[in-house]
Design a binder for this molecule. Structure first.
Ligand code: AMP
Length: 344
C-alpha cells in the first residue's frame, strides 16, 4: 500500500469536493486550500481559507499532507514554488505550465506531433493584424492565460480586429463536426488507463452535456485515446488529464488540455467502477489505477443556474444520479450540480 495518508488539494470547488469524497472511500484524508468559498470544505478533513500569498498558511498546509494536487490550474507560481519545496506536487509543474498558457500548450502539442488549430502569438495590435492576414477569417482571439468556459475569447469575423490588450493567441476557426474529450489517467509507475471518449455539447461556451458512447467510428475513438496517452506520457504525467478534441474530416485536432479531473468526465461516476475522481486520487497517492472500463451508457447533463429548480423532478426520475455541489445562490452560468442518466 502507498505511504500517502493525507492529500492536499489546491482549490475548493466542486472538483475538489468530489475528489475529497473519492479519497475518503479509500481511507484517505483531504486538506483543501482555498482563498474563497469552498464547497469542498463540507466534505473534507480540513480546510485552510487563506490567500495564495500567505506563506505561513501555505507552509502549514504542506506540512499537514503527504502529497499535493490541484483542482484548478491557475495557482500562482510563487505559491507552487514554496509548496513544492515541502511536498511533491502531482500532476507535475510542467503539466501545469503547459496547460496554463495557450501559446505554450499549442507549441508543446505540435512539438509531439499533434495537430492543433493554426495559431499565432499576438502580443500587440500589429501582431494581431499580421496574424489575421496570415490565418484568415473567421478566427478566435483568446487570452493566453485564465480563459475557461469560453471566457477571454473574441470571435473575429468581418469587422475590425481589435486587440484586447492582454497577451493572446489568434486561432484559426476549426470547422468541426463534433467535440469530444478523453479523460486519461497515468499512474506513478507509468501505467496509463483511458475512459471512453465522450461527445460534448456546449451552450454559450459552457459544457451542457457529455454522452458516452460518443457514437463516432472506432478509428476516431482509438485515435482519440492514443492522442491522450501520448500527451500523458510526454508530460510524464501523474493523475487524471482531460483532453478536448475537435473532430474534423482531416482527423482529430486538439483544442486544449486540462491537468485535472474534468467536467466532461463526470459521467464516469455513473458508468465505471472506478470514476475519474477515484482514479486521480489513486494516481497521486501512488496506488494502482482502475482499468477505466465502462459498464453503462451515460448522458451527463450540467445543472446550470436555475436548472436547480428541476431537481425535485430529477430526484423522481429512474436511473438518474443527482450530484449537487452545495454552492450558495444559483446565478446564470454557475455550475450548481450535474445529473448522470444511466441507460444500461
Ligand atoms: P475553449 O475555452 O478553448 O475550450 O473554447 C470554448 C469553446 O469554443 C470550444 O469548446 C469550442 O466550441 C469553441 N472553440 C474554441 N476554439 C475554437 C476554434 N479554434 N474553432 C472553432 N471553435 C472553437
Amino acid at each position: 500500500m502507498s505511504e500517502v495518508r493525507a492529500i492536499g488539494i489546491l482549490g475548493g470547488g466542486q472538483l475538489g469536493r468530489m475528489l475529497s469524497v473519492a479519497a475518503s472511500r479509500l481511507g484517505l484524508r483531504c486538506h483543501i486550500y482555498e482563498p474563497g468559498a469552498a464547497p469542498a470544505g463540507d466534505v473534507a478533513w480540513r480546510v485552510t481559507t487563506a490567500p495564495y500569498e500567505d506563506t505561513d498558511a501555505l507552509r502549514a498546509f504542506a506540512d499537514s499532507v503527504d502529497v499535493i494536487t490541484y483542482e484548478f490550474e491557475n495557482v500562482p507560481t510563487a505559491a507552487l514554488d514554496l509548496l513544492e519545496s515541502i511536498r511533491p506536487i502531482r500532476p507535475n509543474r510542467r503539466a501545469l505550465a503547459v496547460s496554463q498558457d495557450r501559446l505554450t500548450e499549442k507549441t508543446f502539442l505540435n512539438g509531439i506531433g499533434l495537430a492543433t488549430a493554426p495559431f499565432a502569438d499576438v502580443p500587440t495590435q500589429a501582431d494581431l493584424d499580421a496574424a489575421v492576414a496570415a490565418i484568415g477569417r473567421p478566427a478566435i482571439l483568446k487570452t493566453r492565460r485564465m480563459g475557461y468556459d469560453g471566457k477571454g475569447q473574441v470571435r473575429i469575423s468581418d469587422g475590425p480586429a481589435e486587440w484586447t490588450g492582454a497577451p493572446s493567441v489568434l486561432e484559426g476557426f476549426v470547422d468541426f463536426s463534433a467535440e469530444i474529450s478523453v479523460i486519461v489517467a497515468r499512474g506513478a509507475d507509468g501505467q496509463v488507463a483511458a475512459f471512453d471518449p465522450g461527445l460534448n455539447v456546449h451552450c454559450d461556451g459552457i459544457l451542457r452535456t457529455t454522452t458516452v458512447p460518443c457514437g463516432l467510428p472506432a478509428k476516431i475513438v482509438t485515435d482519440a485515446v492514443l492522442i491522450a496517452g501520448r500527451i500523458a506520457n510526454a508530460l510524464e504525467y501523474v493523475g487524471v488529464l482531460g483532453v478536448e478534441l475537435f473532430v474534423t474530416p482531416a482527423g482529430l485536432i486538439v483544442n486544449e488540455i486540462a491537468p485535472r479531473v474534468h467536467n466532461s468526465g463526470h459521467w464516469t461516476q455513473g458508468g465505471c467502477a472506478v470514476d475519474q475522481f477515484e482514479q486521480h486520487i489513486r494516481a497521486v497517492a501512488g496506488l494502482p489505477l482502475g482499468d477505466g472500463r465502462r459498464y453503462a451508457d451515460v448522458v451527463m447533463e450540467n445543472l446550470i443556474g436555475d436548472d436547480l429548480d428541476r431537481v425535485p423532478d430529477l430526484l423522481k426520475t429512474p436511473n438518474v444520479q443527482v450530484h449537487l455541489y452545495g454552492k450558495g445562490a444559483p446565478r446564470p452560468g454557475r455550475k450548481m450540480g450535474h445529473v448522470n442518466r444511466i441507460a444500461r
